[in-house]
Design a protein around this ligand. Structure first.
Ligand code: SF4
Length: 91
C-alpha cells in the first residue's frame, strides 16, 4: 500500500468542539507559516492568497508543528483525551 492508502485507513474520533492544538491565526510571519504548511503531513495548515487557516480535523498527532513552531504560531499542543483522536490501522 502507498502511504496515502495507509493513511486513508486511519480512524478519527474527533472532538468537534475542542481543538487539541492552539494556533495563532493572526500571525503574519510568512516564513513561519510556510514551514507549517510544508511540514504538516495531514495538510492541516493552509496558506492561500495570503490567508492563513488551520483545521485540527485529520491531525495525525505527529507533533511536527509543535517542534517547528517554537511557540511562535503553535501556542499549545496536547494529545486528545481518551478515545478521541486518530487510530492508526497500518502501523
Ligand atoms: Fe499536522 Fe502533525 Fe501538527 Fe497534527 S501534529 S497539525 S498532523 S504537523
Amino acid at each position: 500500500l502507498s502511504v496515502e492508502a495507509k493513511l486513508g485507513l486511519d480512524l478519527f474520533h474527533t472532538d468537534e468542539e475542542n481543538s487539541h492544538i492552539d494556533v495563532d491565526l493572526e500571525c503574519t510571519d510568512e516564513e513561519e507559516i510556510r514551514k507549517l504548511v510544508l511540514a504538516c503531513p495531514a495538510e492541516c495548515y493552509k496558506y492561500i492568497d495570503g490567508k492563513f487557516s488551520f483545521s485540527y480535523l485529520g491531525c495525525l498527532e505527529c507533533g511536527t508543528c509543535r517542534v517547528l513552531s517554537h511557540d511562535k504560531i503553535v501556542k499549545g499542543w496536547k494529545h486528545p483525551h481518551g478515545e478521541i483522536g486518530v487510530s492508526f490501522r497500518q502501523g
